[in-house]
Design a binder for this molecule. Sequence first.
Ligand code: F0G
Length: 458
Amino acid sequence: MKTIIEPFRIKAVEPIRFTTMKERRSLIAAADWNAFRLHSDDVLIDLLTDSGTAAMSSEQWAAVMRGDESYAGSPSYRRFEDAVRHIASFSHVIPTHQGRAAEAILFSIVGGPGRVIPSNTHFDTTRGNIEATGATAVDLPVPEGLDPDDVSPFKGNIDVSRLDELLRTQGDAVPCVMVTVTNNAGGGQPVSLANLRAASEVAHAYGKPLIIDACRFAENAFFIREREAGQGDRAIVDIVRDMFDVADGMTMSAKKDTFANIGGWLAVNDDALAAQARNRLIMTEGFPTYGGMSGRDLDAIAQGIYEILDENYLRYRIRTNEYVVERLDGLGVPVVKPAGGHAVFVDARRWLGHLDPLEYPGQSVVCALYVLAGIRSCEIGTVMFGRQPDGSERPAAMDLVRLAMPRRVYTQSHADYIVEAFEELNQQVGSLPGMTIVEEPPAMRHFTARFAPMGEML
Ligand code: F0G
């Protein structure tokens, strides 16, 4: 059969609250034209993030009941550790309350003033945690990763020759090399096994450990299976193990590719590093057999790890975004190609060519999508990255709008509704107004800034 179906039946449902365009116009105005300030029950389809928003399975809910809340030595921890070991054979598995907590612990140990930490592209919390220690975060994406129209299969790769150059010239300052799979900030694009192996060889040649930011490891493995020579017949779990086998550790947000609503972990081989991490963990997160989680979270994650390796799920997952990208491309809406694993990225700067980047075309699209169709998305552009440390303002590299797909939450008709919203918006795109910032905090302004449209919004 050619039709790719949702590989699940629905056992519990959550009603969506419908609103009118008129209501949404006043709701977004009351939220100061910042979608982060909306109440989520005023949103029809919420594509703000794929993080922590998954639908858990009946087996995960059963696992929640199995959770053991003992302070020390809980069997939930052992089930969690066994599940992590099923995909990655790192010696030490340290549970944290989410991915950024694992990053904070790691960089509190290996970061510090004068240190330099390269990656394909650091996610913003990773960069934030590195910079908070006084270290420098360096992004080394391959050039094709920066071109929305380039349809190369592995646009998430790290530029290995620039990595080599950095290690040759500044190696003493580098405590570890990171690779993010998939490359979220770079459009959800995958990293090939060949690239991971090459990055590992270069890092190890200079005596540096390779740490994988593994949030979307299963989506990355599915892309490897589909796109990399010689991988097409392999089981997802074997590809996943190969990815981790070349690394010395991982940071993980269980809110992504383990279908959990909270959680994460740090895993490493280095005994001394693990001992330091556990000491830090006890101070900031909790005892090493629960970290920042309850026993029931550990069990939900353990079950989620086995479920995410299902090829039928991954095929449906990846196909959803491909479908939306194909349809938007067909409408002439500029999108990042090929489709990313967890999200569709719309090139708002190109779509709203009548606006200057400093009129925040991405923010205008976010507001228009909400007013028109009740869809919540996220600007990844000049609002998020335009403000410089000295207070000045300059256009970000791109003005994108991210439509992040929660896992197992929406169906084909939701995807068709999203496409229809773009079809409608495409008719009126030339009249969408620019935005101004009325008030902003000194850092991370996209979460709380207040905006105003510079004209009528639809
Ligand atoms: N690394 C990557 C690649 C991420 O995408 C995220 C979170 C983190 C680390 C941090 O994990 O949220 O559990 O602390 N990304 C979310 C997003 C927030 O919307 O892309 P966390």
